[in-house]
Design a protein around this ligand. Structure first.
Ligand code: G3P
Ligand code: CA
Length: 267
């Protein structure tokens, strides 16, 4: 890693114009287009990349036994693959043999974060391209060294201006901040009040609460980026096509929302 990150020349990331994004609340694809396609797979990310006006894509990373960063939400393999046991106890080669079934589409495999970044690269670096929220999924398994690995990879790929790091684990975000003082950091927690206290302690940039945890008045949230997530993953249930009232979310102080079915709003 370079020792002069804070002095580096940063590429310019243009903000999206009003016409090319959601009208007010910005929309992110949560684990890719994870309502119609299996979450955290190249297929779900490919579908998200096609959506014009999308603010960004969110995903989760964990470490394999042999130290590779893979994109998967649960600490265990059981829900999304035919495998069993913990991600941390399997080598990448073993994980790559597992299948994530994808309806009529070809079965998917667990991707590495590098594979996902390479897939998204054309849109990550476009003038008004998408952003990438990398959630370090380390509040159950600590995954020592994952912060160094991901910050180094993001810099190697030259996409630091497009990345937002997040975690429920404050110490992990503190490590990211030390590794890259200019990194954009979002604090995850259930309640927005808890996010706010952690944000102040960490010098973080954004609040990432549950949309059910908006326990502060919008006045207290003025000036903050508030990216709310909706709990629950829905695949392989049927696409719902149901729409949330984004104006109602905005009135609560929410600026961005992570959705499993972003195509319903922007497609
Ligand atoms: O990053 C927002 C959201 O993804 C956090 O919850 O459980 O879906 O990773 P979870
Ligand atoms: Ca997540």
């Amino acid at each position: 890693m370079s020792t002069s990150l804070s002095q580096r020349q940063l590429p310019v990331r243009k903000e999206k114009s009003e016409e090319s994004r959601g009208k007010t609340v910005k929309i992110w694809a949560h684990r890719g287009c994870s309502q119609r396609y299996p979450e955290n797979t190249l297929l779900a990310f490919e579908k998200a990349m096609e959506i014009q006006g999308l603010e960004g894509i969110e995903l989760d990373i964990q470490l394999t036994k042999d130290g590779h960063m893979v994109v998967i939400h649960d600490e265990r393999l059981d829900r999304t693959t035919e495998g069993t046991g913990f991600v941390k106890d399997a080598c990448l080669k073993e994980l790559k043999k597992l299948h994530i079934y994808a309806g009529e589409n070809a079965a998917q495999e667990i991707p590495t974060i590098e594979e996902v970044i390479d897939l998204l690269m054309p849109r990550l670096k476009q003038g008004e391209g998408i952003r990438l929220n990398i959630e370090l999924k380390n509040s159950v398994c600590p995954y020592l060294g994952m912060e160094e690995k991901i910050v180094e990879l993001v810099h190697k790929k030259g996409i630091e201006q497009w990345v937002v790091y997040s975690s429920f684990y404050a110490l992990s975000l503190e490590r990211v901040r030390k590794l890259d003082p200019l990194a954009e950091i979002g604090v995850l927690d259930g309640r927005v009040s808890d996010c706010l206290y952690k944000l102040k302690g960490l010098g973080a940039d954004a609040l990432h609460p549950s949309w059910r945890g908006m326990d502060l008045s919008p006045d207290r949230l003025k000036g903050y980026t508030v990216r709310a997530y909706l709990s629950g993953h829905l695949y392989p249930e049927k696409p719902t096509g149901a729409r949330l009232d984004l104006d109602m979310l905005e009135k609560q102080g929410i600026t961005d929302v992570f959705l499993n079915e972003p195509e319903v709003y922007l497609g």
